[in-house]
Design a protein around this ligand. Structure first.
Ligand code: NPW
Ligand code: ADP
Length: 493
């Protein structure tokens, strides 16, 4: 998995690479700029395009000047350079790149005040005003410049980070920086890119490698990690010779109401397709025919509290909550589940029940997995006005209660008792349809039944769920939760 390092740590990685390899900061800037240009050319092949490159005073601006030189050298002859001179500061490599550009007799226009900026005749704008060196919120001339650039109705491509967006620490809800269509970022995505609020700053981002020392980056103490396929390959349990259904564990799913039986069926389907040896659905009797018809592999347990308790030791995992409702009977079921002293996955209405009665929250056994979406999370732990603060709460609660909290979203954040946040990169908007979370709960339960640890089950569950969705979305506008559950077994293979 990739360590998502802070802006400060990225500067350390620059320094480390410069000290341990025969490269200078100028060389790194050349690499970064060449990587940007290569990526940019994939999107804009037409050499006749009019490009406007806005360059600030630091190394981000230095990149911009080098990018302009490289674009001109590769045939983009209608490239205009705008040098932002709001302060007398200029980094050394910025000066070097400015001199190189002037040597080519490329026209450089200087902007001393935002109001100096006249009509820009360009098809694409490249934002290299401020990057990871942002050290305070934008104000004054820079804020005005951002406003003026945002008013031009052309695509903006940002170098490393859009001007005004901090790399980490959350995004201001009144973001006043440059709004990019795309950001081409160096070596690592910045943590803030994973927060929904960053959409105001960049519609999308692409990471390009600039050859910084990877071993050093991975050795840095990071609080955030991005999951990769190789992490999941390592932890999936192999189907061994001479194994049998007992080898792969028994999952009990306490889910569903007559009017939300689909949630229980989808959860059971996720669990079966993720490889649990045995799956028992504890559902209302009115769902039995549907269960037998749609998932003949699953067994049925009546909603009888006495029976659930007597068979508790048989289950490797109990998942509770999908389509359960928050009525009194559901609360009794949750209380029973909490007494069972087995691995628990708590979703949907079971989370809402915890929110209604905080005494139950205090009874969660260590190692429990909670799978809230944003509203369920806020009901349980209080309202949050930003994702940054919500994640801080999630990390704190996961640590103090020894839980794994799977906070679902476009990028799902897995907050674990080790105080780290693991980010799942898979999944897509075609998955935004009811029932998708029920399938995820079933998959995670299925992996726990196969003896994965809670953290590994959360990693693999989220990754495979999103991967299956990505595969199906290639040929389909929308992905049905039931189809995704079936696809999971194929992704695991
Ligand atoms: N490893 C990598 O990833 C590599 C990264 N590289 C590139 O370096 C970039 C980082 O460069 P950087 O450190 O020079 O900072 P940068 O963003 O240019 O800004 C510095 C200037 O901004 C100013 N300033 C800051 N905030 C301000 C504000 N709110 N309002 C007004 N002014 C503000 C600040 O002024 P100060 O406040 O210090 O007086 C200073 O003058 C990075 O994003 C990437 O593009 C590659 O070249 C090499 C490898
Ligand atoms: N735009 C999206 N990108 C990636 N994943 C998504 C997107 N929309 C939904 N999902 C995934 O679908 C699931 C939805 O969960 P949830 O809201 O609990 O659904 P439900 O309650 O209907 O079962 C989560 O795992 C979420 O990550």
């Amino acid at each position: 998995m990739q360590a998502i390092i802070s802006a400060v740590q990225m500067h350390l990685a620059d320094e480390y690479t410069i000290t341990h390899e025969p490269v200078t900061l100028f060389d790194l800037m050349e690499r970064a700029s060449a990587a940007f240009v290569k990526c940019f050319r994939k999107d804009f092949d037409d050499r006749g395009l009019r490009l406007a490159v806005f360059c600030g005073p630091g190394n981000n601006g230095g990149d911009g000047l080098a990018i302009a030189r490289m674009l001109i050298n590769s045939g983009y002859l209608n490239t205009a350079v705008y040098k932002i001179n709001f302060s007398p500061n200029q980094s050394e490599d910025n000066k070097t790149n400015e001199a190189l550009l002037k040597k080519m007799h490329a026209p450089v226009r200087y902007i001393y005040k935002a109001e100096d900026m006249q009509f820009i005749a360009a098809d694409v704008l490249i934002d290299a005003v401020l990057g990871s060196g942002l050290n305070k919120p934008l104000s004054g001339e820079y804020a005005q410049l951002a406003q003026k650039i945002n008013a031009i109705n052309i695509p903006v491509y940002a170098v490393d980070i859009p001007t005004g967006l901090p790399a980490d620490g959350g995004v201001d809800e009144n973001y006043n920086g440059i709004r990019a269509q795309k950001t081409i970022t160096f070596q690592r995505p910045k943590f803030n890119f994973f927060l929904p609020e960053s959409l105001a700053a960049t519609q999308e981002f692409e990471v390009v490698n600039i050859g910084l020392d990877e071993d050093y980056i991975q050795s840095l103490p990071a609080g955030h990690y991005l999951l990769e396929e190789k992490d999941i390959r390592k932890i999936l349990p192999p189907r061994k010779r001479f194994s049998h259904k007992g080898t792969y564990g028994h999952a009990l799913l306490i889910c569903g109401q007559p009017q939300t039986m689909g949630a229980a069926l989808l959860c059971a389907s996720g669990c079966i397709h993720a490889g649990a040896g045995l799956v028992t659905a504890c559902i209302p009797g009115s769902g039995l025919t549907a269960l037998n018809a749609s998932l003949p592999e699953a067994m049925y347990l009546p909603r009888d509290i006495g029976q659930i308790t007597s068979t508790a030791e048989d289950y490797k995992v109990v998942a509770i909550g999908c389509g359960l409702d928050t009525n009194d009977e559901s609360k009794v079921l949750l209380e029973k589940a909490l007494e069972m002293q087995t691995q628990l996955v708590i979703d949907a209405d079971a989370i809402n029940l915890l929110a209604k009665d905080k005494n139950l929250l205090d009874k969660l056994p260590p190692g429990t997995i909670l799978t809230p979406h944003i509203k369920e999370f806020d009901r349980l732990f209080g309202n949050h006005t930003s994702w940054h603060s919500r994640l801080q709460t999630a990390v704190g609660e996961a640590f103090s209660r020894r839980l794994t909290i799977v906070l679902k979203n476009q990028y799902t954040f897995i907050c674990h008792s080790d105080k780290k946040i693991y980010i799942n990169p898979t999944g897509n908007p075609a998955m935004a349809q009811g029932g998708m979370g029920d399938v995820l709960t079933g998959i995670i339960a299925g992996l726990l039944a196969q003896k994965l640890s809670p953290l590994h089950a959360a990693w693999a569950g989220c990754y495979l769920h999103g991967k299956a969705g990505d595969r199906l979305a290639r040929n389909s506008y929308v992905v049905k939760a039931s189809a995704l559950a079936e696809q999971v077994a194929k992704e695991m293979k």
